[in-house]
Design a protein. Sequence first.
Lengths: 492, 102
Amino acid sequence: MIRQSAADMAQALAKKEVSAEELTKAHFERISTVDSKVKAFLHLDTEGAINAAKDVDQRRSRGENLPTLAGVPLALKDVMTQKGIPTTCGSKILEGWRPPYDSTVVTNLKRNGVVILGKTNMDEFAMGSSTENSAFHPTHNPWDLTRIPGGSGGGSSAAISAFEAPLAIGTDTGGSIRQPAAVTGTVGVKPTYGGVSRYGLVAFSSSLDQAGPCARTVLDAALLHEAIAGHDPKDSTSINAPVPKVVEAAKRADVKGLKIGVIKELQGEGYQKGVLDRFQESLEILSSLGAEIVEVSCPSFDYALAAYYLIAPSECSSNLARFDAMRYGMRTGEGSAEEVMNQTREAGFGKEVKRRIILGTYALSSGYYDAYYGSAQKVRTLIKDDFARSFDKAEILVSPTAPTTAFKIGEKSNDPLAMYLNDIATIPVNLAGVCAMSLPSGLATEDSLPAGFQIMAPAMADDRLYNAGAALERELLAKWGKPLLEMAPELL
Amino acid sequence: MSETPAISRSDVANLAKLARIEMTESELDHLSSELAVILNAVARVSEVAKGEIAPTSHPLPLVNVFREDQVAPSLTQEEALSGAPASEEGRFKVPQILGEEA
């Protein structure tokens, strides 16, 4: 039962073949069996989840017309506030904090009757590509427990690939939904910036952060996308327009006549051969379905990583000033307010967070502002222009999601630049505010680990991701004979 | 700006002070060498950012977004103080802010 798609679970619930309570308990049982190995969760809300499930069951037995996902369990990235439930962002500085309000994403999930099982592990304040920067513990990739599950949303990707939950919420500032999806053989979508409310999403880099769905199938991601998206007056950057019809698009799954642009700059040197082979194979499949493949060039993407590592740290140095030991979170040390602040931030933040705060403070300081932050903002314009030009030539753009498959835990943790390179293909999307999906393209031959295929579409054309993604997924499934995750080793 | 930007240990100490983080000696040593490497890698943005290019600070072309000025439920005083490290008489209790004796 726990290995089914969320769509199938929803159908079984609607037909009363299973109750939400049974389904929820089955997932907690799975978690108690495998999470000591995977370590996807930071907190479980067993009582709250079972009560929510019982509530759905009662409403269903009264004959209420419930939303599609009512009773389906979900894992929530620990960067989203949920009233009364610990929210740490993977940081010591927020350990023990219980937010007094729900994020809009959580409000929307509750309105849809989705059962929130618990909070998932992440790189501290979403800064990282491996979940090794969590202040609590690393998370392990279910495909190989010695490897990383991606980051920053490694807890969410590990939870769904280990069948601990069919759905999860992630957030993506530079690839934190898509890269974890790629390395765990799952589906992850970064919606258009402004498509999903950021209210209650603890801010890292406000002009880049975006919450989105993590799932095992494209249709499941679409169902979750529609449940959480939409205009929110509590987020001034929320787009006031109808949510793209992503579920309809995932069911359409027709790429005949679709123009697909392959980005020249996002392949070649630095990309693992097995990842590129799977990418080529997916392109051939799309072509055989009647899509027209063209090459596009985005020369400024070569500067995207550099621009990102100025813009994101600059915004984080400002955003994380709120952790001041005065109103909530950790307070430690003695002396004046300023001294307590200094000591609390020293004790409460981890290495990568401090590194980025200092880098951002430098990039924004007078005398350096123009050369660093100012230049990075100009590069951002060039990247937007490259996307606009490319979307004139093709309806969607594609690339591998990440340059490699999952690497070993510890392999890159002492080399920040090597770690940052994981995000080379995902970052341009955030800088431009467009939308993108990663879906599994198969296993790389040399290490039998999952590779990701990235699809990008213009702002508010999220439906194009789901249409093309579902078409490719259908053909790959036929080729493999079973879902990719069924090829992962059993964790028991 | 092709050469490695010089960033000294005292530069990092000053940045840490501005960022309100009391760093240890070994952290300062470590960060000053790391920052030089990172800055060298990111400084290349200035290579292409020459001339008249309008900066993009945000993906959406939003200016001011207003909502109706209506009274709506919000956190109670108790809820707002629920996460405070210390509170007293319905207020946040903080360490001494001004330098001189009260």
